[in-house]
Design a protein around this ligand. Structure first.
Ligand code: T5A
Length: 211
C-alpha cells in the first residue's frame, strides 16, 4: 500500500487554517483520496486533555519551558496514535497546526531557542515533519476581525496574549518558512475562503501529481 501524505496548516489565530483544512479534505475526497483532518494541540484523547491544560484560562498558566514540554507531549501522543498510523494506512493527514507552531509561539514568542524546540520534537515525535506546510498569512486587522467573530466566549490563554507577542510569532513563522522553502508554501489568506483554497490546491499540485 502507498503511504499517505502529511499536510500541515500554520499561521496566526483566525488566519483561516481550520476553514482551509476542511476545504482541502473535501477536495481530496472528490478526487477519491481518503484523508483525516486533525488539530494541535489535540487530535487524540490524551492530547485533547493536554490542550485543555494549555489553553484553559483558569489557574496561573505555564512558564515557557513547561508550556513547550506540554505541547511536545501532546504532539508525541498525536503522532504515535493518529498521524503515523493514518499515513501508514495510505491516508492523507491534514493537521491544523503542528511543530512549526511550537517553533513560532514557544520559540519566537516565548523565547526558547529553535534548537531547543526541535530537540523536544526529536525526543517526542522522532522529528516527524509534514510533506508540505502551508503558512496562511493575513494582515493583523483581518486576523483580529476573524478571531473576534470566532471568539464570542473570549480568547484562550495563548490567543489572548498581547499584540507584541503575536507580532513576534508572525515574524518567526516567516523566518521558519523562508528558511525551508522546499517544505513550506506561503499562502496569502486575506481574500475569500474559496480564493485561498485555490491557492492551497496550486501549492499542492506537486504532491497531488504523485498521489
Ligand atoms: N499553539 C498551538 C502553540 O502555542 N504552540 C503549538 O505548538 C500549537 C500547536 C490554539 C492555540 O495554541 C497555540 C496557538 C493558538 O493560540 P488553535 O485552536 O489552532 O490553537 O487556535 P486558532 O489558530 O485561534 O484556531 P482556529 O482554528 O480558530 O483559527 P483558524 O483555523 O486560523 O481560523 P478559522 O478557519 O477557524 O476561521 C476563523 C473565522 O474566520 C472565518 C471563519 O468562518 C471563522 O469565522 N474565515 C474567513 N472569513 C473570510 N475569508 C476567509 N478566507 C476566511 N477564512 C476563515
Amino acid at each position: 500500500m502507498m503511504q499517505g501524505k502529511f499536510i500541515a496548516f500554520e499561521g496566526g489565530e483566525g488566519a483561516g487554517k481550520s476553514t482551509q483544512a476542511r476545504l482541502l479534505a473535501a477536495a481530496l475526497a472528490a478526487q477519491g483520496i481518503d484523508s483525516v483532518v486533525t488539530r494541535e494541540p489535540g487530535g487524540t484523547p490524551g492530547a485533547e486533555s493536554i490542550r485543555a491544560l494549555l489553553l484553559g484560562t483558569e489557574g496561573e498558566g505555564w512558564q515557557p519551558r513547561a508550556e513547550a514540554l506540554l505541547f511536545a507531549a501532546a504532539r508525541s501522543d498525536h503522532v504515535d496514535r493518529l498521524i503515523r498510523p493514518a499515513i501508514a494506512a495510505g491516508k492523507w493527514v491534514i493537521c491544523d497546526r503542528y511543530v512549526d507552531s511550537s517553533r513560532a509561539y514557544q520559540g519566537g514568542g516565548g523565547g526558547l531557542s529553535d534548537s531547543e524546540v526541535l530537540d523536544l520534537h526529536r525526543i517526542g515525535s522522532s522529528g516527524l515533519l509534514p510533506d508540505l506546510t502551508l503558512l496562511i498569512e493575513v494582515t493583523p486587522e483581518i486576523a483580529r476581525q476573524r478571531a473576534t467573530t470566532r471568539d464570542v466566549g473570549g480568547a484562550d490563554r495563548i490567543g489572548g496574549r498581547d499584540d507584541a507577542y503575536h507580532a513576534k510569532v508572525a515574524a518567526a513563522f516567516v523566518r521558519i518558512a523562508d528558511a525551508e522553502p522546499a517544505r513550506f508554501a506561503r499562502i496569502d489568506g486575506n481574500s475569500d475562503a474559496q480564493s485561498v483554497h485555490m491557492a492551497v490546491l496550486k501549492a499542492l499540485e506537486p504532491l497531488l501529481g504523485a498521489a
